[in-house]
Design a protein. Structure first.
Length: 158
């Protein structure tokens, strides 16, 4: 399974702590590590670092390459233009499809705090099993309101 970390946002709601050149995912808010480093470390416990992809803006790519150790440089995917969640995921899916067709990908925001690795692993394994079984997996299945910040996924063959 490929793990896609969405890290393209500028963190405007964290102003004045975050700036365009130092967005919230690069801030050390919760520990000595940044939220991005914590996310990479969390996923590294569950998957090979070669299968971790980070999607971000062009102006942050070099900083991220230095900031996150172990993630191959070619796994930093640059968005041509930041357009929120769905285009970010689509771009990652295209990159993954070029590497290995019919792969499974999990998508993880760079700025979430998840401390229970055991339950995270169980959730990822369950989702991966379901995706392999019938090729479908959705997010917010039981959501009652529509928001541009939420995503509904439908399976397509690439």
């Amino acid at each position: 399974m490929y793990c896609v970390i969405m890290a393209g946002g500028s963190g405007t709601r964290f102003w004045p702590y975050s700036r365009k050149s130092r967005p919230k995912q690069m801030l050390n808010i919760l520990s000595e590590k940044s939220m991005l480093q914590m996310t990479v470390d969390r996923l590294r416990k569950l998957h090979n670092v070669e299968d971790i992809l980070i999607v971000t803006r062009a102006d942050l790519a070099d900083s991220f390459r230095k900031h996150v150790s172990g993630v191959p440089a070619e796994n930093i995917i640059i968005e041509p233009e930041g357009k929120n969640t769905a285009p970010c995921i689509s771009l990652a899916a295209l990159h993954i499809a070029k590497r290995k067709k019919n792969s499974i990908m999990g998508v993880f925001p760079a700025d979430h705090l998840i401390l229970d690795i055991k339950n995270l692993k169980r959730a990822i394994n369950t989702a991966s099993f379901l995706a392999k079984k019938d090729n479908t997996l959705g997010d917010n299945r039981y959501s009652t309101n529509v928001s541009i910040y939420r995503l509904w996924l439908y399976t397509i063959k690439i």
